[in-house]
Structure formats: structure tokens, C-alpha cells
Design a protein around this ligand. Sequence first.
Ligand code: AQP
Length: 348
Amino acid sequence: MSETPNDVRAAGATFKPRVFSGIKPSGGLTLGNYLGAIKRFVSMQDEAFETIYCMVDLHAITVWQDPAALRHNTRELAAGFIASGISPEKSILINQSQVPEHAQLGWILSCIARMGWMQRMTQFKDKAGKNAQNASLGLFGYPALMAADILVYHATHVPVGEDQKQHLELTRDIAAKFNHDYGVDFFPMTEPVIEGAATRVMSLRDGSKKMSKSDPSDASRINMTDDADTIAKKIRKAKTDPDALPSEAKGLESRPEARNLVNIYAALADMSVDQVLAAHGGAQFGTFKPALADLAVDKLAPISGEMARLMDDPAEIDRILAHGATQAREITTPILKKTYEIVGMVGN
Ligand code: AQP
């Protein structure tokens, strides 16, 4: 690799600890996004990392999005990040399409990734459903753009829910193939950070299905904008079984709905599952559900109140995102430039 004054990383140097993660503005934020991802985003911001958090609007349009809804959801997602504790002073907060190097590196990495790798992605199979021939090319290539989102920052750590594990393994495969093909040590082997009691929050209507923003049933999820009555009603109606809660985690093994509610309680209360069961073991759902609803309202109401306040001033949200894009491009521009140089693009 040739050395230039623009070298972004000297050969053999270690990568700076840097966190990147994103959420699609493909609907409203759910409790799954909050517990599986955002809570960890906030704690990592105060650890020894530089942190970059992103509304991944280019990923959202891999399935049809109404333009007005996409604009609203992008701003509301930014409001959700900030209201949950992500500070634009401590973290770089961006909207993906405002930092064009994501898409530019996405193309290069699409030329590195192999069709066979993409065909193994379970999320594509889930999202495309039975009619894969009718899915967009973007949905199929999504993991290559996701790899670019991460690698265009040389990010070393990515906090995500469990559903993203396979995409992060692919990101490492793409980085390793790029490094191998060009004989460089340019992209890092990014570490997934999958931690906490609720890395996979399940639907309130079906314990075998992930809680999702795009689930047609609103009763299946808790939205971060739901009011106290709606949260209480959804938890009261959540599918469960007729048995009392066990006093040990082992007793939840074949009870997915019960396990889901206990996991949600543990994650919201910052307790372990064992601690929750020590306190509530033996309780019927008629008692446990109201306790969970009170806890959820207690934790979520301040966030939804702050989101509503921030959404009253969309121009301020746009200003924060424009500032974030400027900060982000200070990192991404030299990394993309160096990538082009490695690949052999003239004039970059
Ligand atoms: N149910 C969940 N439990 C734990 N973590 C979750 N995440 C999403 N749902 C859960 C985590 O949130 C981050 C952002 O996800 P995303 O919105 O970019 O994509 P997704 O996983 O496809 O989320 P949805 O809600 O299911 O969106 P739609 O319905 O539009 O596809 C990721 O870290 C994810 O792991």
C-alpha cells in the first residue's frame, strides 16, 4: 500500500475504539429497538468510545416508504435517540443519506461481497417472504451497504440486537476479503456488542416472532410514542399461558411469552432475570402484568414526553443532523479517498 499524506491509518496501527450503529426510520421506534439497541447506545456513549449513531434512511427504502412518512419517521427517530439520552454533544448523530460516503463505499463493497453470501442471509429470506423474485435489489444487497455504514468509519464495535448478528459476521467477511484481495490491513474486524436481558424482544401477540415496527398488528408492539393507557392495555392483552411465574429462569424454557415479559421487565428495571423471578416467582399474570405496565410507563413516559417536545421544533432536529453530517464527513471522506486509492481509482 502506498503511503501518502492522507493516510488514515499507518500500516500495523491499531484501530481507534469507535462505535457505529443505526436504526431504520421505517416506522415508529419500538420497545424492541429501545431495549435491544438504544439503551446500549447510550451507555457506550459514556464509555471510552467515539460514538456515531445513524438513522439509516437508505436502508428503510429497501421496502416501499411513503415519502412524507419517511421524513416524519426520520425526524421522530432522531428525537427518540436524543430523548433516550444520546447527546449530540457527545455522539455524532446523522441521517445516512446526508453522508454520501456510505453509499459510495457500499458500491465498492457490493463488488467484494459474493452472491452466495447474500443468499444465506436469513433476514432477507424473512423480509422477502415467499415472493423473493419481487423483492427489491436493494433489500438483497442491504448487508453490503450495512458493512459500508460500519467500515466507512473504521468502526470497531457495533451494538445491535441479536437479529443483526449474521449481518455483522458478513461485515467481517467482507472486510477480510477486501484486505486479502488488495493485500492491505485497511478495514478492521468489527466486534458485535449484543448484551442485556432483552437482545431479542418478541411480539406481544406471538412469542416466536420478533417485535417489529412494520408488524401489521399494532397490538404486537409497544411504540415509544404510546401513551400510558395504551401501554397498559397492550401489556394486559399480551399473550401468556395460564401458569404462575416460576422462581428460576429454567422454568421459563418452554414458555416463550412468559419469558418475553420477564426479559422486558428485567431490561427495563436493569435487573437480571433471576432477580425478577426472585421478586415475582409464584405470581399470576394478573398481578405481574400490572407491575410490568407500571414499570414500562415509568421508564417510557419521560422519553415519549421529550420526543413530543423535540418534534415541536423539526428545524432544530434538522440542524442537529446537518451538524452531525459535517462531523461525520471529517471521518468518512479520508477513509473513502484511501479506499479509492487502494482499489485503483484515478484522480481521487
Ligand atoms: N425486537 C427486537 N429486539 C431486540 N432488538 C431489536 N432491534 C430491532 N427489533 C428488535 C434492534 O434495533 C436495531 C435497529 O433495527 P432496525 O430498525 O434497523 O431493523 P430491524 O431489526 O429490522 O427492526 P424492525 O423493528 O423489525 O424494523 P422493520 O419492521 O422495519 O424491519 C438493531 O440493532 C436491531 O437488532
